[in-house]
Design a protein around this ligand. Sequence first.
Ligand code: FAD
Length: 497
Amino acid sequence: MQIKDVVIVGGGTAGWMCATALSMVLRGRCNIRVVESDEIGIVGVGEATIPMIQRFNELAGIDEHTFMKATMGTYKLGIEFVNWGRVGDRYMHGFGPIGQDLWTLRFDQYWHRMRQLGKAKDLEAYSITRMMSKANKFMPARHDQPNSPFSSIAHAYHFDAGLYARFLRGLCEQRGVVRTEGKIVRVQQHAETGFVEAVELESGERVAGQLFIDCSGFRGLLIEGALQTGYEDWNHWLPCDRALAVPCESAPVLTPYTRATAHSAGWQWRIPLQHRIGNGHVYCSAHISDDEAASTLLSRLDGRALAEPRQIRFRTGMRKKSWNKNVVALGLASGFLEPLESTSIHLIQAAIARLVKFFPDQGFNQAEVDEFNRQNRFDYESVRDFVILHYKATQRDDSEFWKQCAAMAVPDTLQAKIDLFKARGEVIRRDNELFAEPGWVQVFYGQNIIPAAHHPLAELLTVEEGAEFMTNVSEVVAACVQAMPDHAAYIRQFCAA
Ligand code: FAD
């Protein structure tokens, strides 16, 4: 069976990102069609990203400033976490490295020793992206200055998800992707193999293909509706199951970071765009009513709400297989992890890259399908562990929700990471897991998990040398930040919508 017609079911972020990538790499080798329904619409949230999205846009030939203008985008240098360890705590997971590694040891090992001796500042003083965020500054990395912190600035974006899908659709249509508007009412499968052969629209139109990409959102029209693949529920580790989203008026200062503020039974996101701020309250319905969740959200906005809060219900977890027969599920159809570390769009991007790697030719090779599913599961599970850490590493005991989080048993893979860090500050990045050592280190310290000791090699520097090392790094970082433009001014100059 030659793969000639690829049918993408759904035109949200997942559908159009997939169409963009496939239209680039297949270069006319297959016909690509996106079927979407304006009446059903898209989930319409998903506005904060991580730096890897730059790679996707670059490979798709998207100019950064054009994209920022089209999507009302702003820059993002990390996520500020408020009230997570204890009420009143505040720390940031800034993108990119912290300080400067020396010999074979990570910077934070020296920092931990000096901190215990009272000769180091807060960890943020050694991170360029955290200090930029604090000062509301922005500039992209300068790769022509490899020995300066300027070269290690890592950035992502905040954008309007609906405008991003529209922007990608424009590119795809120029590249020959065909869009079909209509509601799918029936899925036709081969009587013996169960492979999907076609989808049937309300109008009676039949769209046939050999490979189907299910980007239909939470409903998983093909992967679950037709193939009944099954779903693995992670609610016992991540108990939030609802979100209320509401946009509000902009604040006077345009902050270059996302904020995640913990409340009594969940947390609230704040994502500044050029024309508004996106807000949402992710909460656990077993511990707070919808009305209370809405009033918590509305009472903590920077400006006037621009709409009524919109509720989204979800089940955290993943599809048992994302690739089943001739259906590959992407985006919400393949699984969901709450947006605490803004990872969903990245998981779409990673799965698309994997689909390209294992793209079928003459039929389907089960070994390749199995490897796709294994890698996809690894991605989901490693992101899941990182998100769970934020809940587990809490000292809050002011609500039943937080007591439950602090007491819960976590996956063995995460427990091993916590134990390793508590002993001597060690973090091991397994295989090619998404979050590197600086991310884990910032969350551990930020939520008051302090190692019992530092690595012995940190003592290769004398106390005076160690203190001087700390001072030098923080002074260089501060001088770099001082010289940078304001985030809002940078946007006004280069990419105002
Ligand atoms: P959708 O946007 O739901 O698209 C589904 C598509 O399928 C639509 O086009 C719809 O019309 C079509 N469709 C469905 N049924 C039919 C049918 N019968 N016939 C025809 N068409 C059909 N991700 C991040 O990376 N960062 C974030 O900050 C972030 N925040 C989030 C906050 C919340 C509360 C939630 C729930 C998610 C968040 N996400 C975030 C995830 C992000 O929104 C999604 O990963 C992303 O939008 C992709 O969605 P999708 O394309 O899979 O689904």
